[in-house]
Design a protein around this ligand. Sequence first.
Ligand SMILES: [Zn+2]
Ligand SMILES: [Zn+2]
Length: 366
Amino acid sequence: MILSLLKDVDISQGVNVIGPIFVLSVYGLLGLNVYMFCNCYLPILYNNKISYLPLSGPDSHIAWITQSMILTFIFFALLFNILFNYTMAWLISPGKLQEYYKGRIKGSKENPNLECKKKNRPTNAIANKALKACMRHTKKTIDKIDGDWEIRCAKCTFLDDMDEETGMNKLPVKPLRFHHCSICRGCVINMDHHCPWVNNCLGLKNLRYFLLFIFYLPISNLFVGMIIWHCRGDPHYRNYPMCSQIMIGIHIGVFLAMSFFNLWQWYLCLKGIPQIEYLQSLDMEINEGKGFGFPGICDNIYVTFGTKNIFKIFLPSFRPLPLEGLEWTLEVVTTKKKAMEVHERVIDMSEERDDIQNIEIDLTQP
Ligand SMILES: [Zn+2]
Ligand SMILES: [Zn+2]
């Protein structure tokens, strides 16, 4: 029901126009934050000798310099993480179906693929059973699915080949976990949602940057909020009436919104389910999306971040991910074949047994 309501509203055009404005406004506000920190808060903290830390003494000049340097370092470290992750979430492709057909679209003789170079790919040594099963397919390409997979996306029309029967462009396969975004006009692997603030879809390839962006944002709000609290009575602070009002509003608003949003997004990440699949699982008519997350939290973190190390997750990185996105479909396709073979063998061996019909194999489990 939720999905059918969303489908009726054509907001794609509006979001496409608003997107770049939102991106500019995010950079603008971050710039204003830096301007206020360097010109307003930091001089007040230094000149008024406000101490947060148990430094060597109330009149120690070195103590105030040290404190200012530490606060400046924390401020810029948070800012760097916010900027890096925001920019990556904005610029990195979430994993679009066109890209899996890349070689074919360009007419190149190379096999269309998105194989990562072997040396860069994380090993499956630390993965659990279900994830290891998926990782067996990492080197396979969209061609391996094309013959065995019936589902196609009627909205993606990037293939140039003509279908002889219909005289229309051939439709690309729509592997499992791909969802069509009407704003990006393409299918996206593990699509979470289309975010106008990053003017991009969030999918398998860029969700980690978005998660870290929304993780560092409220921490920065809290940190700068604490500094503003100490600076608010100072005469120098009153020299920036307009900017300080905007900053207070932004910091409180973003902190409240992002805190709850973080809980929700990280919960889904730990479960290994993107938002769209969660909504689909609520819609009783659609069962697709249930059961794709791995049973272990660590495996889901590994798929999203490419590492299980809790500290490395929060560091800025370009590390490759263990899965490319086609593995769930390949696993179902091969499991189906295997399941059929097993099924036929069982029938051959015991044709007269009555309980054959009771054999059921769940093909949706990865
Ligand atoms: Zn599509
Ligand atoms: Zn999109």
